[in-house]
Design a protein around this ligand. Structure first.
Ligand code: 5GP
Length: 291
């Protein structure tokens, strides 16, 4: 059996420093990809010039693109016959071409439309604000999927896509949601494809979703602006939930409990707007996208 190579302490320290520096370079590239500042082609060019980048795993690069989760990247790599441990430097010409085609749609869409995420406690008036914005046509407003039962006035495909538990689970597994969360006994999710497409076409996009989902969006798309809609007072929020009248007393009590927790999340948002007058909230949101 051969003896292991003898490495001096100094050489070992240099190697460790180099490895740390390479990790830092790769983390920076991934963060830029995530924010839409670098597209697939640009990363390849950089990899050609920089050894640390060329050693990045293909899997890590693909997963950095907004809208490409673990499942989608694994499926894609399997389809293109790229081993899960392959590094950029090991990609074949044909594989590069195919990846280029796949990413032509995804790349740098965040430079296009702005993504506004409107969140806040249930009953604060998010959906009223969202429907006014939809009417005015300034935003492309996403239609969510949910497993809850439709209310009497709600239409499938307009207010929500009403899905069975089984279909919702299938879409989660297929990585079809930009975010999803469980809320008050049901699941809600934002279909990813239409949002990415609208942003890519230069539309400003509005998501009206609860807090846990809003935070997930920020992780995937850090350029998204998270807005927390606050009620003028706790009493007003209680009154609004009671006026709604479509929930059973148990569900309303549960929603109030949740609202108390939700109000505490305001601090982690980019901006807080108090919903005293719906029209004023609507104008503030329009102003934000024209800035
Ligand atoms: P509701 O059942 O009253 O229509 O909605 C309950 C909560 O789910 C609201 O706070 C609403 O903003 C939120 N919601 C609606 N669609 C989505 C979605 O796609 N994702 C997440 N995370 N929450 C959503």
């Amino acid at each position: 059996m051969g003896l292991p190579p003898v490495i001096s302490e100094a050489a070992r320290r240099v190697a460790l420093l180099e490895a740390a520096e390479a990790r830092k370079v790769r983390a920076e590239i991934k963060s830029k990809v995530k924010q839409g500042q670098l597209n697939f082609d640009e990363v390849l060019k950089l990899a050609f010039e920089n050894r640390a980048i060329s050693k990045m795993r293909v899997k890590e690069l693909l997963e950095s693109f907004s809208g490409v989760g673990r499942v989608r990247s694994a499926t894609l790599m399997e389809r293109l016959n790229i081993s899960p441990t392959r590094r950029i430097q090991g990609l074949g010409k044909h594989q590069i071409e195919r990846l280029r085609e796949e990413f032509a749609v995804v790349t740098s869409f965040t430079k296009r439309g702005k993504l506004i995420v409107l969140s806040g406690p249930g009953g604060v008036g998010k959906s009223t604000v969202a429907s006014k914005l939809r009417e005015k046509g300034n935003f492309w407003v996403s239609v969510s999927a949910t497993t809850r039962q439709p209310r009497s006035h709600e239409r499938d495909g307009v207010d929500y896509f009403f899905l069975s538990e089984q279909e919702f689970s299938r879409r989660v597994a297929a990585d079809e949601f930009l975010e999803w969360a469980a809320f008050a006994g049901a699941r809600y999710g934002t279909p990813q494809g239409p949002v990415l497409e609208a942003l890519h076409c230069g539309r400003d996009v509005l998501l009206e979703i609860e807090i846990a989902g809003a935070k997930q969006v920020k992780v995937h798309l850090p350029s998204a602006l998270l807005i927390f809609l606050e009620p003028p007072s706790w009493e007003e929020l209680v009154a609004r939930l009671e006026r709604r009248g479509s929930d059973s007393p148990e569900r309303r009590a549960h929603r109030l409990e949740l609202a108390q927790e939700e109000l505490a999340a305001a601090a982690s948002f980019d901006l807080v707007i108090v919903n005293t007058l719906v029209d004023s909230v609507v104008s503030q949101l329009i102003e934000l996208t024209s800035a």
